[in-house]
Design a protein around this ligand. Structure first.
Ligand SMILES: [Zn+2]
Length: 161
């Protein structure tokens, strides 16, 4: 297998928490290098301490098992730091279809909860902007929990970093 072929195989791995997008769409999968039949895979963890990262590593090892490589090494690259801006537009659209409000573009001086208060987050179901933050933490630490004031549906918002 070539580096491109390995990259394409790994590009199919879904994010453990959001099965509709792949680790490539999320910007976790960074690069593949093959040297002397050993594979080196660079990944950038998303939210620090996200428990899903260990799972991502396991999935990478699983998908390359039995492909004839002497060893597979997953290397976590912490710089540059991952941001939600790395999500492709296509990935954001699929997040919304999955029922998770996609992250807004970040700007250097604004955190997702800025001095001006939380941003307006659009309901992924009815597209209303009349939404209320219920909790800063949703089903996982990477998401905030919101509720739509129009359709009354609760939903998760993928936090910007
Ligand atoms: Zn709604």
């Amino acid at each position: 297998m070539t580096e491109t072929e390995v990259f394409n195989v790994l590009s199919q791995i879904p994010d453990p928490e959001i099965p509709v997008i792949s680790i490539k769409d999320l910007g976790i999968l960074q690069g593949v290098k093959i040297e002397n039949n050993q594979v080196f895979i660079d990944i950038t963890p998303t939210y620090s301490g996200c428990p899903a990262m260990k799972l991502v590593e396991d999935l990478i090892h699983e998908s390359l098992a039995g492909k004839g490589f002497d060893s597979v090494q997953v290397i976590s690259k912490l710089t540059p730091v991952w941001t939600t801006d790395w999500l492709s537009d296509d990935a954001k659209r699929r997040l919304e279809e999955f029922g998770i409000a996609p992250p807004e573009k970040t700007s250097p001086n604004k955190s997702w909860l800025s001095a001006e208060g939380p941003k307006i987050i659009r309901c992924p179901l009815c597209k209303s902007e009349n939404t209320i933050m219920v909790s800063q933490f949703g089903s996982t630490a990477c998401k905030a929990h919101y509720k739509c004031a129009d359709c009354l549906e609760p939903f998760d918002y993928f936090k910007c970093i």
